[in-house]
Design a protein around this ligand. Structure first.
Ligand SMILES: [Zn+2]
Length: 289
């Protein structure tokens, strides 16, 4: 998979949308959006709109009301009338995103992912912005997650996008270190889109590391509930290389469970919102592009 193709056809950007609070209890993005709604970022060539993704869930400080909004953008969810709040909200957002050239969606995670740019499809412009950010900020990593079985991400509603996933931070709280770092990275992304892509000033520099999610690992379960916890040896060690025979879980009785598989890199380790999704952590292949 190549990270770059020609981005010529993408080079005129007019409208950028920044979303936060697509998950109502991820406050960093929601409050950045609120801040910028009051005091918009200054741009020369592009127009930016700031959207609170899930206002109802934000008000209740919950991830969602009926269904994960960031899995509610598949054709099936968008096509039918439903009693599911997020499906209806996805239709509203899809409409608002109609003439959006580039989306920046801000999320947080309880996993120790640092500043991760998640790419949800392989398009040259999104790749380029992610690469530039990764080269300029030494704590920014690039993670590619192209599909989930649960439904499509909000990114599927636009031609180009990046998702900023920042952690570790608890759900329902704000922290200045993460808040201002996210602000800095998003501001720089906007600058790249506004001044460098639009004015053809971008330069493709050195190669960067990219992580591709290739495997999902669930907790051992009994009657659908986790019967083990993430092993302390790997807790908080997102992006480390997990090798065959290393401990991954410890049961409620204290028994250690070992990893049986090829060496891969673990991310989203112990993400709180993924317990219900049957994800204890995800495993990635790493490549340099
Ligand atoms: Zn989120």
């Amino acid at each position: 998979m190549s990270l770059f193709k020609s981005i010529k056809e993408d080079s005129m950007l007019k409208r950028v949308v920044i979303t936060g609070g697509v998950h109502g209890n991820e406050l960093t993005g929601a409050f950045l959006v609120k801040k910028w709604q009051k005091t918009p970022l200054v741009t020369k060539n592009i127009k930016i709109e700031y959207l609170l993704g899930n206002p109802k869930a934000f008000k209740e400080c919950r991830r969602y009301i009926d269904y994960d909004l960031n899995r509610s953008f598949s054709k099936k969810a968008l096509s039918k009338d439903s009693y599911i709040y997020e499906f209806e909200r996805a239709k509203v957002l899809k409409e608002r995103l109609k003439s959006c050239d580039f989306l920046i969606d801000i999320h947080t995670t309880t996993a120790n992912m640092g500043m991760t740019i998640v790419l949800s499809k392989d398009d040259p412009l999104s790749n380029l912005v992610a690469k530039k950010l990764s080269l300029e900020f030494d704590d920014v990593k690039i993670l590619r997650w192209f599909s989930t079985s649960e439904g499509d991400f909000i990114n599927s509603a636009v031609p180009h996008s990046i998702t900023l996933e920042a952690g570790a931070i608890c759900q329902g709280v704000l922290e200045p270190r993460i808040f201002f770092r996210c602000e800095e990275i998003v501001k720089r992304a906007v600058e790249i889109l506004d001044s460098e892509i639009n004015q053809d000033k971008f330069e493709i520099g050195k190669s960067v590391e990219v992580y591709d999610i290739v495997k999902i690992v669930d907790f051992p379960r009994e009657e659908n509930e986790p019967s083990a916890m993430i092993h302390p040896n790997i807790l908080g060690k997102d992006y480390f290389q997990l090798k065959n025979g290393e401990p991954i879980f410890v049961t409620l009785e204290g028994e250690t469970i070992l990893y049986d598989g090829e060496p891969l890199y673990a991310v989203f380790i112990n993400e709180a919102a993924y317990y219900e999704k049957k994800i204890a952590f995800c495993l990635c292949e790493k490549s340099k592009i």
